[in-house]
Design a protein around this ligand. Structure first.
Ligand code: UD1
Ligand code: CA
Length: 476
């Protein structure tokens, strides 16, 4: 059994981000940078078993090295990781050493230390697994991930000798003009032999900029004639986020990856250029996303839906066969076959049961709308419970806030709420009741009653045959 510990460096200030928020908490496709790295690490064993059946690994919680804003990062990730503090940020080599005690306390004691950086969020589990696999099979002292690019920008350059053997990694700042032209760069993922790592880190010299560079270990191993191997990955996976330009580049790359994942899984995306989907979203087969659709947060969309154009859905659950046009939904649940829009807004706590039709310019907040109910035009339903087969006509408003408190409105099943009805909460409208146009309902309405006026009063109690006429009128 091969054992490895994972160390993630996230103590740096992230100065180049120019932000109050710690760099690794900046969101990328809906998740903080560090969460992407953690997800990839979590999924290493499955990728490794795909590469080789012979290599078994034991997994332990990754050790995250924190410094700046440590408390905030710890609060965001909780028990998902172990944490260690690098009091002073004296470089990536110094940071790894800060993790030694925590790594050495792991059980079983790891032989390999996998190091990655918290600011390389596009790294995949398969790339990490390849580095680990190479390291194990080559019995290497160091294995690290490289990428080849015509624009090596601020990456460390990989210096090889005439036989192609790695000699050292030279950081951009210290590279000679000739070295600056090297197109193979260090991606910042390493496997180290644990004993060698701890021993050698202690001997690392402090460089001219006052830092201990992890990358200097490669030069030392080279001089010692140790086995150094590399895995060549793609720059798309190893982009490091140092500033917001790189953050936007990573967002674009990841967004494309997410869109492709959904398209391969059977989702039609009419215009990928204007469709934004967070990494946290799932979508059923044969759903069509029209241009301008933005799906964010923990959102689940059923199959056979049609979403958009120009629709935003955040942290919501959408059932099968729903149609949502030009609308905004937040923390909303739709059962199947609900039609919304154009131009409607479902806010936190909206629950629309199956076959609800919600039309133009409606707003629903913290409300349950029963199955088959229609809310077609210009309505506001806040803190309401509406039964099945009810019709909410144009301009209906729940007056749910008295200036101090919110109150509930309850509307029964099979009711007919006439145009421009104002329901002054708390108030209950019984099953099969009927309000006349312009009614201002301040008192409870009994079942089957017809109320009219301001304030609304009972005109008469309708026969159930009348009520069912209303029901059949509505359906026409
Ligand atoms: C680093 C590498 C470079 C590589 C690039 C890949 C070094 C010296 N250079 O450069 O070769 O091409 O990543 O993306 O390693 N950190 C700490 N404590 C510190 C310093 C940094 O935890 O004292 C953390 C940072 O928070 C960051 C990571 O280490 O997550 C990398 O540091 P950063 O300053 O971004 O290094 P780069 O200049 O990108
Ligand atoms: Ca970096």
């Amino acid at each position: 059994m091969n054992t490895y510990a994972t160390v993630i460096l996230a103590a740096g200030k992230g100065t180049r981000m120019r932000s109050k928020l710690p760099k690794v908490l900046h969101p990328l496709a809906g998740l903080p940078l560090l969460a992407h790295v953690l997800n990839a690490i979590d999924a290493i064993p499955s990728a490794l078993s795909f590469i080789s059946q012979d290599i078994a690994v034991s997994t332990q919680k990754p050790v995250v090295v924190l410094g700046h804003e440590a408390k905030q990062i710890e609060a965001a990730f909780g028990e998902q990781c172990l944490y260690t503090l690098q009091e002073e940020q004296l470089g990536t080599g110094h940071a790894v050493l800060a993790a030694q005690a925590t790594v050495d306390a792991l059980y079983p004691l790891p032989q390999i230390v996998l190091v990655c950086y918290g600011d390389t969020p596009l790294i995949s589990n398969s790339m990490l697994a390849s580095v680990l696999h190479e390291h194990i099979t080559q019995h290497a002292t160091i294995t690290f991930l490289t990428a080849t690019t015509e624009q090596p920008s601020d990456f460390g350059r990989v210096v090889r000798d005439s036989q192609g053997r790695v000699r050292e990694i030279v950081e951009m700042k210290r590279a000679t003009p000739e070295q600056k032209r090297i197109q193979e760069v260090n991606s910042g993922v390493y496997c180290f032999d644990r004993a060698w790592l701890w021993e050698t880190l202690r001997t690392l010299p402090r460089n001219a900029s006052g830092e201990y560079y992890l990358t200097d270990l490669i030069g030392i191993a080279g001089v010692q004639e140790r086995v150094i191997t590399t895995v060549n990955g793609t720059l798309d996976e190893t982009i490091g986020i140092n500033d917001r330009v790189q953050l936007a580049e990573a967002e674009q790359l990841l967004r494309r990856r997410i869109l492709e994942r959904h398209m391969y899984a059977g989702v039609t995306i009419v215009d990928p250029a204007t469709t934004y989907i967070d990494d946290t979203v799932s979508i059923g087969m044969d759903t069509v996303l029209l241009p301008g659709t933005m799906l964010t947060g923990k959102t689940t969309i059923g199959s056979d839906c049609r979403i958009g154009p120009r629709t935003t859905i955040d942290a919501s659950t959408i059932g099968e066969r729903c149609i949502i046009r030009e609308s905004v939904l937040e923390e909303t649940t739709l059962e199947e076959n609900v039609h919304i829009g154009p131009f409607s807004h479902c806010r936190s706590g909206a629950y629309l049961a199956h076959n609800v039709r919600m039309g133009n310019f409606g707003e629903v907040k913290n409300s349950y709308i029963g199955a088959e109910t229609d809310v077609h035009h210009f309505s506001y339903l806040g803190d309401a419970t509406v039964g099945e087969h009810t019709n909410i006509a144009a301009g209906t408003i729940t007056s749910n806030f008295d200036g101090k408190q919110k109150h509930r409105t309850i509307i029964g099943a099979g009711a007919f709420i006439g145009c421009d009805t104002i329901l002054v909460a708390p108030v209950t409208v019984g099953d099969y009741a009927y309000t006349g146009a312009g009614a201002v309902v301040t008192r409870d309405v009994p079942p089957h009653a017809l109320v009219v006026g301001v304030p609304a009063h009972v005109l008469r109690i309708m026969q159930s045959s009348e009520a069912s006429n209303i029901e059949s009128d509505k359906k026409e």
